[in-house]
Design a protein around this ligand. Structure first.
Ligand SMILES: Nc1ncnc2c1ncn2[C@@H]1O[C@H](COP(=O)(O)OP(=O)(O)O)[C@@H](O)[C@H]1O
Ligand SMILES: NC(=O)OP(=O)(O)O
Length: 333
């Protein structure tokens, strides 16, 4: 199966959200063990990953050092995170594959994602980045003009613009590499946001694209059989945080749209994951799964996690309208 695997910040930065180099190396090394198992099992894996903690930290470094070295813009910070996370993934995945006796080349690709210049995301920022701070520490920054948001029990977090991903510009390159047998790491941090001018030229814009939404687009572009969104919870949960909390197992597209419409999924965390899973399946993708990183082997077959099954088009069913599950059912998870 061709698997598009989206790795969240939780998988890349360690359990406490720490983005120290050691914590990142350790988290990525652990994640790549699971990825190597998938590859060793015969799956074709395309990896994308988040960069929220890292890009937010780079932004702060730039601001703190602005009087000493020229600061760079947010799109440059995003490009830098693709490189550091990408090369760390390459190092770890190569080692994990070698331990299994699997020979597969790995390539991390600098990837640009086109957005619309007039996207409302530029005027209404929604993307949490960087570290969590208690309100007392965030307050002076807010008073200084930064946008911060209360993210619940973990604290407050800085918010930046996050336009909709429209197109992954390196799709052709990725397909060539996948067909040549590479394990490709692409569109890290949702891709470096760029806009295209009327004359066809491309320039970076200051934003951080949601990596789950780009993952949905990328999964369709590379004809993935399954989009797996790996995070730190086994399932998306209905009535999350209440005594009525209920894990969501296998659901139809229609059911998940309805549940999402009821507002069970927090913006900036589970919300975009559910939206990405829905978009992939709505646009014709066969299956999308949200689950914990440790469960991705079962996720690819749809036997664990929150699973949205598409409608496989059969010869007698050209419109792809054959029935899908009508009741939320628990899978083995
Ligand atoms: N309805 C929900 N079901 C499950 N988790 C939820 C829900 N709403 C919000 N969350 C939160 O979403 C988190 C996963 O999102 P996030 O932290 O952004 O993941 P990642 O960094 O792995 O991309 C979970 O740890 C949980 O705290
Ligand atoms: N770019 C992005 O969505 O990163 P996170 O998944 O780390 O928030």
């Amino acid at each position: 199966m061709r698997v598009l695997l989206a790795l969240g910040g939780n998988a890349m930065t360690g359990p406490d959200g720490s983005a120290s180099p050691d914590a990142q190396r350790a988290a990525i090394a652990a994640a790549m063990e699971s990825v190597a198992d998938l590859i060793a099992a015969g799956h074709e894996v395309v990896i994308t990953h988040g960069n929220g903690p890292q890009v937010g930290n780079l932004l702060v470094k730039n601001e703190l050092a602005a009087t000493v070295v020229p600061p760079v813009s947010l799109d440059w910070c995003g490009a830098q995170t693709q490189a550091t996370i990408g090369f760390t993934v390459m190092n770890s995945l190569e080692a994990s594959l070698a331990r299994r006796g699997v020979e597969r080349p790995v390539a991390a690709i600098v990837t640009r994602t086109r957005v619309d210049v007039d996207d409302p995301g530029f005027t209404h920022p929604t993307k949490p980045v960087g570290r969590f701070l208690p309100y007392e520490q965030a307050r002076p920054l807010i008073e200084h003009g930064q946008l911060w948001e209360d993210r619940g029990e973990k604290g407050w977090r800085r918010i930046v613009a996050s336009p909709e991903p429209r197109e992954v510009l390196e799709t052709g390159t990725l397909l060539t590499l996948i067909e040549a047998g590479y394990v490709v790491v692409a569109a890290g941090g949702g891709g470096i946001p760029v806009v295209r001018a009327e004359d066809g030229t491309v320039r970076g814009v200051e934003a951080v694209i949601d990596k789950d939404l780009t993952a949905a687009l990328l999964a369709r572009s590379v004809h993935a059989d399954v989009l797996v969104i790996a995070t730190d919870v086994d399932h998306a949960i209905k009535a999350w945080g209440t005594p009525q909390a209920e894990e969501i197992g296998v659901v139809s597209l229609e059911q998940m749209r309805e549940i999402a419409g009821e507002g069970h999924f927090a913006s900036g965390s589970m919300g975009p994951k559910v939206e990405a899973a829905l978009r992939f399946v709505e646009s014709g993708g066969p299956r999308a799964v949200i689950t914990a990183l440790e469960q991705i082997d079962k996720a690819v077959t749809g036997s664990y996690g929150t699973v949205i099954e598409g409608r496989p088009a059969k010869p007698h069913d050209p419109a792809g309208q054959n029935p899908t599950p009508q009741n939320p059912t628990e899978n083995e998870g």
